[in-house]
Design a protein around this ligand. Structure first.
Ligand code: GLU
Length: 448
C-alpha cells in the first residue's frame, strides 16, 4: 500500500511553495506507507525530483521539500512491494530524459517483460521497482510522436495488474494524468487547484468536493478542469461530484500528540453521527434479505474481520441465522459453497480493501447478494454491493482502527437488534443521545 497525491497548482489564497503543500498532504497519507517518500514538481519546462528512504518528517527536512516552488506537483509515501526501501526505489520515478514523473500504488504484474523490452530499446533504468516501466513506456510513445494523453493511454494499454497512477509530463506544466485499476484514487475539486490522492484526508484541508474514481477510469486534471474517460468514452463528471461532510479539523491532530489518540477520543462523536445517519429504508431491505437467506457469510480483513466475528456471534446467538465469518483473502475456499440463496456482509472501513473487493466480486458472480458496511461514501465496495450500511466515523488516519471499529460494531449490533426489535427507530433513538456531552468529553481529553 502506498499513498499518492497530485496537485495541479497552488490553491487560491495560498502563498507558500507547492512543495510545502505536498508535504502536508503526504503527512495525511503516511498510514498507507512509510519506508520512503518523494515529490516531483514541474518548474518551468523541467521536473525536479526530491526523494529518499525514511519517514516524511525526516526526509522532508533533509531534502527541504518545503522550499520547492513550481506549478504542479506529485508526491508519494511508499510501502515497498518491488525493490527494497532505498533512495533509488523511492517514488516518483522518471524516464531517461527526466521529462516524465510517475507515482504509483499497486503492482504491475507484467513489469519484467516490459522492462526487458524497454532495455532492448535503449532505456536505462535507475530502480528495481515495477513502477519505473510506466515512465519509460510513456517516454517511448512520446518518442514515437504520440501526443502526451495518447502516449499515456498507450502506456496504460500495455500494463497488467493493480494500480493507481499519477503522472506529470514537463511539457504540460498544469496537467496531471491519472488512472485507476483496483487501487483507490479520489479527485478533490478545489478553489484554483484540483487534487488527486489515494484517500480524501490528503486534501481535506483544501476541499470536501470529491469524485471517487472507479476501476478502468483514467484522464487528467488541470486547475478548473477534470476529464475522465473509460474505454475511450468520456464520463459525465458533474454527475459524479459528491460533497462529503468531513471537515478539515477531522484530518488534523488538533493538539493531540498523534492521530490514534485523537481518534480514540472521537468515538462518542463518531457513534452519535453513525446513529443519526442511519438509513431506515436500507436497514429494512437488509433485514428482509437476511431473513430470507440460506447462509450469511461475513467477510473482512484485519480489524473489520474482528467486527465481523462480533456480528457473527450476535446474528447466530440472537437470531439463529446460519452465519460464518472469514478473512476476505480466504474467499476461494468458500466461493463454491455460496449461491444465489446466500448473503455476504462485506466490512471495510475504506470501502477499498482490495482483498474484500476481490472476494465481493467472486461471491457476486456466484449469485450472492452483498451488503457493504463502510465508512467512505461512493467507495468501490459500497458501489459494487447491493446494499450499504454506512458508518459515519469521519476520516481515520491512525493505522490501528479505533473509532471506525467501534462504529462498525454499533451498526452491526443495531442490525441484529433491528432483527429482534423491528419496531424501534434507531435514527430516532440517536436523537436521545446528546451530541453536546460527546463534544465536551472530547474537548476535556485534549489536554492529556
Ligand atoms: N509496487 C510499487 C513499489 O514497490 C508500489 C508499492 C505499493 O503500492 O505498495 O514501489
Amino acid at each position: 500500500m502506498c499513498g499518492i497525491i497530485g496537485i495541479t497548482s497552488l490553491p487560491n489564497n495560498l502563498r507558500e511553495p507547492i512543495g510545502k503543500v505536498v508535504r502536508r498532504c503526504l503527512e495525511k497519507l503516511e498510514y498507507r506507507g512509510y519506508d520512503s517518500v518523494g515529490i516531483a514538481v514541474i518548474k518551468g519546462n523541467y521536473i525536479e525530483v526530491r526523494k529518499g528512504k525514511g519517514k516524511i518528517a525526516e526526509v522532508s527536512v533533509r531534502l527541504n521539500f518545503d522550499e520547492v516552488n513550481g506549478t504542479s506537483a506529485i508526491g508519494h509515501t511508499r510501502w515497498a512491494t518491488h525493490g527494497k526501501p532505498s533512495d533509488e526505489n523511492a517514488h516518483p520515478h522518471t524516464d531517461c530524459s527526466g521529462n516524465v514523473a510517475v507515482v504509483h500504488n499497486g503492482i504491475i504484474s507484467n513489469f519484467l517483460e516490459l522492462k526487458e523490452e524497454l532495455i532492448r530499446e535503449g532505456h536505462v533504468f535507475k530502480s528495481e521497482t515495477d513502477t519505473e516501466v510506466v515512465a519509460h513506456l510513456i517516454e517511448e510513445y512520446l518518442r514515437l510522436g504520440y501526443k502526451p494523453f495518447d502516449a499515456f493511454k498507450a502506456a496504460l494499454s500495455r500494463l497488467k495488474g493493480a494500480y493507481a497512477f499519477v503522472v506529470i509530463i514537463a511539457q504540460e506544466p498544469n496537467r496531471l494524468y491519472f488512472a485507476r485499476n483496483t487501487s483507490p484514487l479520489v479527485i478533490g475539486i478545489g478553489n484554483g487547484a484540483n487534487f488527486i490522492a489515494s484517500d480524501i484526508p490528503a486534501f481535506l484541508e483544501f476541499t470536501n468536493t470529491v469524485i471517487v474514481l472507479r476501476d478502468g477510469e483514467y484522464g487528467y486534471i488541470e486547475p478548473g478542469k477534470v476529464y475522465i474517460e473509460k474505454d475511450g468514452v468520456p464520463i459525465n463528471v458533474e454527475e459524479r461530484v459528491r460533497l462529503i461532510s468531513w471537515t478539515p479539523e477531522m484530518a488534523s491532530k488538533e493538539g493531540y500528540p498523534h492521530f490514534m489518540l485523537k481518534e480514540i477520543h472521537e468515538q462518542p462523536f463518531a457513534i452519535s453521527s453513525t446513529l443519526a445517519g442511519i438509513n431506515e429504508g436500507e436497514f429494512d431491505n437488509v433485514i428482509n434479505l437476511l431473513l430470507n437467506s440460506r447462509k450469511v457469510l461475513i467477510i473482512g480483513a484485519g480489524t473489520s474481520y474482528h467486527a465481523g466475528l462480533v456480528s457473527d456471534y450476535l446474528l447466530t446467538s440472537m437470531l439463529g441465522l446460519d452465519t460464518h465469518t472469514i478473512i476476505s483473502s480466504e474467499y476461494k475456499k468458500y466461493v463454491n459453497a455460496i449461491n444465489d440463496n446466500d448473503t455476504v456482509i462485506a466490512i471495510s472501513q475504506s470501502g477499498e480493501t482490495i482483498d474484500t473487493l476481490v472476494a465481493v466480486r467472486a461471491f457476486k458472480e456466484r449469485g450472492a447478494k452483498v451488503v457493504a458496511v463502510s465508512n467512505v461514501i461512493d467507495s468501490a465496495i459500497p458501489r459494487e454491493s447491493n446494499y450499504v450500511l454506512y458508518t459515519r466515523a469521519g476520516p481515520e488516519i491512525g493505522v490501528a482502527a479505533t473509532k471506525t471499529f467501534t462504529t462498525q460494531l454499533v451498526i452491526l449490533t443495531i442490525l441484529a437488534l433491528r432483527l429482534v426489535l423491528p419496531w424501534v427507530s434507531w435514527a430516532k433513538v440517536s436523537i436521545g443521545i446528546s451530541w453536546t456531552p460527546s463534544i465536551r468529553y472530547r474537548e476535556s481529553f485534549k489536554t492529556l
